[in-house]
Write a protein that binds this ligand. Structure first.
Ligand code: ZN
Ligand code: ZN
Length: 725
């Protein structure tokens, strides 16, 4: 008999991803199979033929001429309706091919194994695992009133919730109690907990595994890109077969097959890592909301600094809000002792250093340095945030004005002192530092600006001879992408901070999130002003969120909370962003930003998509974008084609015609980072006040774009709900 199989044809290949094959027996939709395609053998999924793209001429071949399916993976259940609906929605919404979306969201090793090999893997998983800790007592820490309120709200009504909880207000405890509630309702129920960073997963996994150990050794599994392929497959299989009750994972875990999903949690929901930046450019947070809606279950979006979108959605229901906002504004006290809970621990006090009044070229101001020394003297830790790795962002010649440009990109190469190199952080071009200015021969070429290496060097000098509380020299550790390149070093560094072996921690935004450092009482942002001048309208939202997150690292220990300080070195001390930070007032800041966005007609008050083109020349990239937009008007103004013969064209034309007036397409422009690795990049913004119109328009437009030819074009794609413009 004839079966329709979904195969991963790439997005740009203009062939349908639903193909016909011959099978001896009927197979349910969602069954995994292996099929031949050309000279290859591919993993495919039995699919409903009705999902075939209508824009393609479909010639249904004779059954006798069809190739047979090679093998059926019958040792695991078929992917259910809900999962197939999820990937279909994702493909449509983000304008990618269904085959690519569905098959790429499955674990890579599933594609390599034969059916007997898979059976063997499952047998290993089914071997009884000894549960080392068989604690079955119910753990009940003392909760704050805010936690009690949040938990009772979430467990009583199915909705999307925005858990607006300050850092240290005990969001994780709320997640765990809600998970415990929903999973005890039904012995098969499952929960998906998403976190942004891989390096946060082990800590969180330990907490969940410990709490839920009575559900068995395989009850809690992780799913993230830091795992090996076989590890990922094991977690995926445990989730798919219902053995795993809790899946903890990063962005990609949103596609886990969870047949009995009862609750989704998205921790740090504002984090940009939830949005994929290649291939299918999906937002895992938005898909989580979609998934919960389809299953009629609750989703908890947690954050101390929610994204403006989620904040807006959680406005009062009477104003059209769709989420319920639950606030937890007070910090939980010392967590180590569950019998003592201190309420309302203070938030760090903000100290602004006006850099206009500091000596020229100051990197670390005197008052801040003094404060750091005080902390060291009494055995407390400091954390310095500087979002630029390397020694200095650029080298320059004071004679002729030469700067260390990258020859491949429109960016400077960063000066790295430790290995004396100039490195491009975009294309990787690395060269030794020249002895003299390459343009005029001047020997005096200097670093301009500051990076973490330079800050470390400066601080080391400044702290020379300065003793720690228990004797010995002050110790500094630098955490950034360079210092943590080797596997295991990050964990080692974090643990040395955790155990108090380090006095000052210097780092990029890697150190801002999640880590629970108890003895940090001073946090400082060294040079955060950049975002205030950025051309990206989301930059200030992100800066505020970063600074609030990083300030949350200070004073987590209740005994030290009163000493906690957040320092900011700025040239703009009167900027409203800093006054909102002073009051620790996200709400005020977000509400003001929303007013600005509404006036400017930006998200969340409009829907956006970016069409991006990359070419050998900027002209090629831009003229492709122009062609793509001109093609729309050409179709709309063309004379009526023969109705019976060109059904697809008519459907497309009427869709374009219907939606065109709701859409604004701006002119193609070079991207801010115009050239990367010798590729020229251009973009075109497509906006609409109606999401439905934008979606309908993009779907009708895409086939037209495929028809456009342009010499020198390398690739193009559409980014729906882009995070940076
Ligand atoms: Zn020069
Ligand atoms: Zn470069």
């Amino acid at each position: 008999m004839r079966l329709t199989i979904l195969v991963p044809t790439p997005h740009y290949a203009d062939i349908d991803c639903l193909l016909h094959y011959q099978s001896n027996s009927a197979l349910p939709y969602g069954t995994l199979v292996r099929v031949p395609l050309g000279s290859r053998e591919l993993l495919g999924i039995v699919w409903n033929d009705l999902d075939a793209r209508t824009t393609h001429e479909r010639v249904i071949p004779d059954e006798a001429s069809l190739k047979p399916i090679i093998e059926v993976f019958d040792s695991i259940p078929a992917l259910n309706d809900h999962w197939r609906e999820l990937v279909k929605f994702c493909a449509n919404y983000y304008q990618r091919s269904l085959g690519e979306t569905a098959l790429n969201s499955l674990p890579a090793s599933l594609k390599k194994l034969t059916s007997p090999q898979l059976k063997k893997r499952i047998k290993i998983l089914d071997k009884p695992v000894l549960n080392s800790s068989q604690k079955n007592e119910t753990y009940a820490p003392k909760l704050t009133d805010e936690q009690v309120h949040a938990i009772s709200a979430i467990t009583s009504q199915t909705r999307p919730y925005l858990l607006f909880g300050a850092t240290g207000s005990g969001k994780t405890e709320v997640y765990m109690q809600c998970v415990a509630h929903f999973l005890s309702q039904n012995i098969h129920a499952q929960a998906l907990i998403m976190v942004p960073e891989i390096n946060l997963t082990p800590q969180l996994k330990d907490r969940f595994s410990e709490r839920f150990s009575h559900w068995g050794a395989q009850a809690v599994v992780s799913l993230h890109s830091g795992m090996t392929d076989p590890q990922r497959l094991s977690s995926w299989l445990l989730a798919h077969r219902g053995t795993a009750r809790i899946v903890l994972g990063t962005r990609l875990s949103i596609f886990a097959s969870l047949p009995n999903l009862a609750l989704i949690v998205v921790d740090e929901e504002h984090d940009t890592s939830y949005k994929s930046d290649s291939g299918v450019r999906y937002s895992a947070r938005d898909l989580a909301v979609y998934r919960s809606h389809k299953l009629n279950i609750s989703v908890i979006l947690g954050s101390a600094t929610p994204s403006l979108e989620s904040w807006h959605h959680s406005r009062p229901k009477s104003d059209g809000g769709r989420y319920i906002r639950l606030s937890m504004l007070h910090r939980v006290g010392n967590k180590e002792d569950s019998n003592v809970t201190t309420f309302g621990s203070q938030f760090p006090k903000l100290c602004l250093v006006d850099m206009n009044h500091q000596p020229r070229n100051t990197i670390l101001s005197q008052p801040l340095l003094t404060a750091i020394k005080e902390r060291i003297a009494c055995g407390e830790q400091s954390l310095l945030l500087l979002n630029q790795r390397g020694y200095a962002p650029v080298l320059f010649c004071s004679d002729c004005g030469w700067k260390s440009d990258c020859t491949n990109c429109s960016a400077y190469r960063v000066f790295h002192q430790l290995d004396r190199t100039l490195r491009c952080h975009h294309c990787g071009l690395t060269q030794p530092v020249p002895r003299a200015c390459p343009s005029c021969g001047n020997l005096d070429i200097r670093p301009m600006g500051q990076g973490t290496e330079r800050l470390e060097e400066l601080l080391t000098e400044a702290l020379l001879g300065h003793e720690r509380k228990n004797g010995g020299c002050a110790r500094i550790v630098r955490i950034d992408a360079d210092s943590t390149r080797h596997k295991g070093t990050l964990e080692q560094m974090l643990s040395s901070v955790y155990h108090g072996e380090v006095d000052v921690l210097i780092g990029t935004q890697m150190i801002a999130k999640g880590h629970d450092f108890r003895s940090i009482t001073l946090v400082a942002a060294i040079n955060p002003d950049g975002a205030l001048y950025s051309c990206d309208y989301r930059a200030s939202e992100r800066l505020f969120s970063l600074l609030l997150q990083v300030s949350g690292r200070a004073g987590r220990d209740a005994q030290l909370a009163h000493r906690a300080q957040m320092w900011v070195q700025t040239w703009q001390p009167t900027h409203p962003l800093y006054s909102a930070l002073k009051d620790h007032d996200y709400q005020k800041f977000a509400d003001q930003l929303l007013i600005d966005r509404q006036v400017a007609g930006l998200t969340p008050f409009s829907s956006q998509a970016l069409m991006r083109a990359e070419g050998k020349t900027q002209e090629a990239a831009q003229s492709f974008l122009l062609r793509a937009s001109q093609a729309i008007d050409a179709v709309i103004s063309a004379s009526e084609p023969n109705a019976s013969k060109h059904l697809e064209e008519n459907i497309r034309k009427s869709a374009l015609f219907r939606y065109r007036s709701y859409i604004t397409i701006s002119s193609p422009i070079p991207m801010f980072m115009q050239r990367v690795a010798n590729v020229e990049r251009a973009q075109m913004l497509i906006e609409s006040s109606s999401r439905v119109a934008l979606q309908g328009f993009l779907a009708a437009w895409q086939p037209l774009i495929f028809q456009q030819k342009q010499k020198g074009l390398i690739r193009w794609f559409i980014d729906v709900d882009p995070l940076s413009i």
